[in-house]
Design a protein around this ligand. Structure first.
Ligand code: PMP
Length: 370
């Protein structure tokens, strides 16, 4: 869809990347790092200053104590953390449970590990899992429960009660919990992020994954990390060694500077994004498209059916020509057998500047007059 946006000149609300730069201090720190010679392989576990900053971050925001030397691993984005963990812990035939729709890397990585992808559906408009179904989906065959809150593509946030239920089921069936929290600072309307590792019984079986890309608008830097018990982190390190070994030397200390920025900076980042969410939600609604109001993240989901577009795949292919905008069909985040549940839903990114979102809304408004 990004290629389609480039080819047609349409506004790209498909892929989730911001169109403005993040905190100046973070960008400046990367420039300084390059200028001062931080250009060779960093240590395998990641630069010490970043591992220490991740540990401080976990303590400051969540009261979680992690040892920067043994319980933190820096990765090439959250994606490599996910890959390393799944390849380390999933053997052929092991089940990995996710919500569905799910971030598209999950299914692919479970496939690379030769695992079996099981899912619990979440549906329009609130995209919350049914607790009973979630509990029943966790069995002795489940090796990994792969959580993602705040959730891509829906922006749903799992509450502490649901997460606690998952932890208890994980204890009962001896599963590992892997939690992808890349949107941990991008919550709206006063909703709070609950890291599953903070819940009773979770810490010893949980690997938490995050990344600097979303928080600091540096998605192209691909600096991520995972935290968890030392032996689990070591297992992930053993795989990571032969995925990338290391990456992004000058971006690691720069991301550390970002993690140490004062609370107000993080609150400001979420506040600006919430403004973008409001602009796009209102714009889509004014265009006659029912829209889910996400509590977090980069994306909003709209239902094309109200305007007679029952097939979101077809609508997304035609959107550049119809309205000069690009979106992504939500069915792309489902396995083929589940895609029909999301048939008319389109995901749009609102991590764009107000002017771009206003223009996109104006263009989308023309859909109802066609
Ligand atoms: N997890 C989720 C839920 C995401 O949305 C993304 C980025 N789209 C990633 C992981 C990948 O993060 P990174 O770019 O740090 O690899």
């Amino acid at each position: 869809m990004s290629a389609l946006a480039l080819a047609t000149g349409a506004i790209n609300l498909g892929q989730g990347f911001p169109d403005t730069d993040g905190p100046r201090e973070v960008l400046e720190a990367a420039r300084e790092a390059i200028a001062s010679g931080v250009n060779q392989y960093p240590p395998g576990r990641g630069t010490a200053v970043l591992r220490q900053a991740v540990a401080r971050h976990q303590r400051r925001w969540y009261g979680l104590e992690v040892d920067p030397d043994t319980e933190v691993l820096v990765t090439a984005g959250a994606t490599e953390a996910l890959a390393a963990v799944l390849l380390a812990f999933v053997d052929e035939g092991d089940e990995v449970l996710t919500l569905e729709p799910a971030y598209d890397a999950y299914g692919a990585l479970i496939g690379l590990a030769r695992g079996v992808h099981r899912t619990v559906p979440v549906d329009w408009p609130d995209f919350q899992p049914d607790p009973q179904r979630l509990r029943e989906a966790i069995t002795d065959r489940t090796r990994v429960i792969l959580l993602n809150s705040p959730h891509n593509p829906t922006g749903a946030v799992l509450d502490a009660e649901t997460l606690q239920m998952v932890v208890e089921a994980a204890e009962r069936h001896d599963c590992l919990i892997v939690t992808d929290e890349v949107y941990e600072h991008l919550l709206f309307d006063g909703v709070r992020h609950v890291p599953v590792a903070t819940l009773p019984g979770a810490r010893d079986r949980t690997i938490s994954i995050s990344s600097g890309g979303k928080t600091f608008s540096t998605t192209g830097w691909k600096i991520g990390w995972l935290t968890g018990p030392a032996e689990l982190v070591s297992a992930a390190l053993a795989v990571k060694q032969f995925l990338t070994y290391v990456n992004g030397a000058p971006f690691q200390p720069a991301t550390a500077i970002g993690l140490d920025l004062p609370d107000e900076v993080f609150v400001g980042i979420a506040g600006r994004l919430q403004g973008g969410r409001d602009l796009l939600v209102e714009g889509l609604a004014a265009a006659g498209l029912p829209v889910s109001r996400p509590q977090a993240g980069y994306f909003v989901i709209a239902d094309g059916a109200a305007l007679g577009f029952d097939d979101a795949v077809e609508l997304c292919r035609r959107l550049p020509e119809l309205a000069g905008v690009v979106g992504v069909p939500v069915s792309a985040f489902c396995r083929p057998e589940q895609a029909s549940r999301m048939r008319s839903l389109v995901r749009f990114a609102f991590c764009k500047s107000p002017a771009v979102l206003t223009e996109a809304a104006t263009r989308l408004a023309t859909l109802s007059t066609r």
